[in-house]
Ligand binder design. Sequence first.
Ligand code: GLU
Length: 514
Amino acid sequence: MSQRKVRVRFAPSPTGALHIGGVRTALYNYLFARRNGGDFLLRIEDTDSGRFVPGAEDYIIESLKWCGIKVDEGVSVGGPHAPYRQSERKELYLKYALELVEKGWAYYAFDSAEELENIRKEHEAAGKTFAYNSTVRTELPTSLSLSAEETARRISERNDWVIRFKMPEDEDVQMDDIVRGHVTINTSTLDDKVLYKAADQLPTYHLANIVDDHLMEITHVIRGEEWLPSLPLHILLYRAFGWEETRPQFAHLPLLLKPDGGGKLSKRDGDRLGFPVFPLLWKSPAGDISRGYREDGYLPEAFVNMLALMGWNPGDDREIMSMDELIESFSLEHVSKAGARFNPEKARWFNAQYIKKCDDEKLADILEAQLHTHGIASTREKTVKVCSLIKERAVLLTELYDLSDFFFTAPESYDEKVVKKFWKNGNPAAVKEIATLIEKAPGTDAAAMETLLHGYIETNGLPMGQVMNSLRLALVGQSKGPGINDIIETLGREETVRRLEKAVQTLGIPQPEQ
Ligand code: GLU
């Protein structure tokens, strides 16, 4: 086969929110295209009008954008093979279906949905399963059983005919899959799939998919494992059209599995175990809301990194990898055959790693918006500084405000448990004393505070942890937050002293226990 430019496509059907398994398929296609200097296409496969969901296409485009997956050609950007939405290519497919009839690879079938249902029921009653295949195609009303005249009459008079693929009898179809290796399937296990429906003048997935992959010069089909059973039909379609020379190579990706137990990861698992299975929040046309990683506070880089490693590895033990590093290391040979168990805890871990190394200014933009929602004003400088202090502890971006609210608002109450634990013995008196020392101190930067606090506590033989925790209680209201010295530096002298004095006033100085 001649060396062609690598061209891959992500070909979702707009049937709802894009599952993270779908995002991973898009990502692997993208990484493969970039790694090989190829093109990444986005094609919308919307020929199943019954399953079409408004808003789903926009959702897909926005999801890819959020992940940093750039489309070279496709619905959102155009390109030499436009249109990239199959419903807009509608007129194109009949010709190909007819070509197969002409060549003897397909035939017309005239049974109505109702008739087929009845036959199915009869079979069931007789304890058999019905399959539309070589044993029935010459008995049922098809162009293979009816005369040419009768066939022509039915085609012109009825609009419920379909064109079906004429599956060869008892042939071993040999297939090579980059992930799965060599696979052989005997055609006797396969039925005559519908390729085209006159009723809506639309092709089915199989025909449109093969025709478009051919016309769009796709070199590699990288898709979910659920499409593996369709592969023999697809291989035969390439043969039937005489396109074997340029047939793409196939790679079927392993399933994303439930965190616990067996089976494919579903939205229900996410609901049950408390994590999203969609990249972005999705509001269905019926008004149902599903959580998304973006809205739950994940950085797209963390999400992408986590997803990339679900079913692929770089060949070494690296875990934190940027998009560029993923591209650099990506190969289909390192995609695993076995399903990848989804791990929501690992997703949180990745996010925490990325927040830790995230730029303070970027985090400040996010915190600023959260402060705004809470009606709190802050200077940019302070917000940035606060971010630099709390990012060590953040797992989700949505937590930035909760981790830092005390920097902006003085505590109005004090956590009772913490009071009980630390606000006793000589600690309150020490807090009072420290307030006067800070008031007079030459500077209140973290280093100066370190010297002052340690000096005072040690000189007076006080318990370090107890006093520090009492200070934290007075400044924060509870036992959270970064180091005391950093808190004081950020709050500044005045605010620090005010908070310490207020705590002493509110909580009083209890008599040391006997
Ligand atoms: N439209 C199919 C889907 O929804 C595409 C499968 C393929 O990539 O061939 O997943």
